[in-house]
Design a protein around this ligand. Structure first.
Ligand code: MD5
Ligand code: FE
Length: 205
């Protein structure tokens, strides 16, 4: 559909089979169940985002009235984030092409009607590392544009088990989730979509 995809963008459809998806989701939901979801809010306005979030790993991405940042503890409980599952560290090793481990796994929960507006990911000190994204549950309409907010974009359907690697020029492209397609998967209890985003945050020593 028109525009070529940005360089460094790799879509790996069905990278995780059904068994791997179920195992990974069970592990993630056990950790998030213990830590708790939080409701991120927009800087300045304090308006809630429609996505609920948690993190796994030594650092986690949070957003509140003070702004966006990475921090080692849950914003509601002050507890450290649960560890990053070994299977995700192995997936990163297999697909990232980057010689240091990720520090953060952001877990985004999209129930019916949730979306994520067009934005860039630029809160990481090490922008040379790719972002690796894993989709679980309902299909999503993912939009990816260029490095200027007004650049034309493309829409790609992300399905359960798909992995996307965003490196090189695609790392700073504007992107968002326009909507999820309810009822397209039975994987997530209660319905919806869970996205896992693996990131290297700090510059390696
Ligand atoms: C999601 N999450 O499905 C999306 C897709 C986020 C976020 O965008 O920031 O939590 S992850 C895809 C992504 C990450 C970094 C860069 C680009 C896409 N990109 O340049 O297209 O919950
Ligand atoms: Fe993003």
């Amino acid at each position: 559909s028109g525009k070529p995809l940005p360089a460094g963008f790799r879509h790996l459809p069905g990278r995780l089979d059904a068994t791997a998806q179920e195992g990974l989701l069970a592990e993630v939901l056990a950790s998030v169940g213990a830590a708790g979801w939080f409701q991120p809010t927009m800087p300045r306005s304090g308006r809630p985002l429609s996505v609920r979030m948690c993190n796994l790993g030594s650092l986690g991405w949070v957003s509140d009235k003070e702004g966006y940042r990475y921090q080692p503890h849950h914003p509601d409980t002050g507890c450290p984030w649960p560890p990053l599952p070994a299977s995700l560290l192995e997936l990163w090793q297999a697909v990232a092409g980057y010689p240091h481990p990720p520090e953060a796994c952001l877990v985004n929960l999209y129930r019916t009607g949730a979306r994520m507006g067009l934005h860039q990911d630029r809160d990481e000190a090490d922008l040379s590392a790719p972002v690796v994204s894993v989709s679980l549950g309902d299909d999503a309409l993912f939009r990816i544009g260029g490095t200027n907010r007004r650049d034309p974009g493309r829409t790609i359907v992300l399905r359960s088990g798909d992995v996307v690697v965003l490196g090189g020029a695609s790392r700073l492209c504007f992107h968002g989730i326009d909507r999820i397609l309810p009822g397209t998967s039975a994987l997530v209890p209660g319905g919806g979509r869970i996205n896992l985003t693996l990131r290297r945050v700090s510059v390696p020593p």
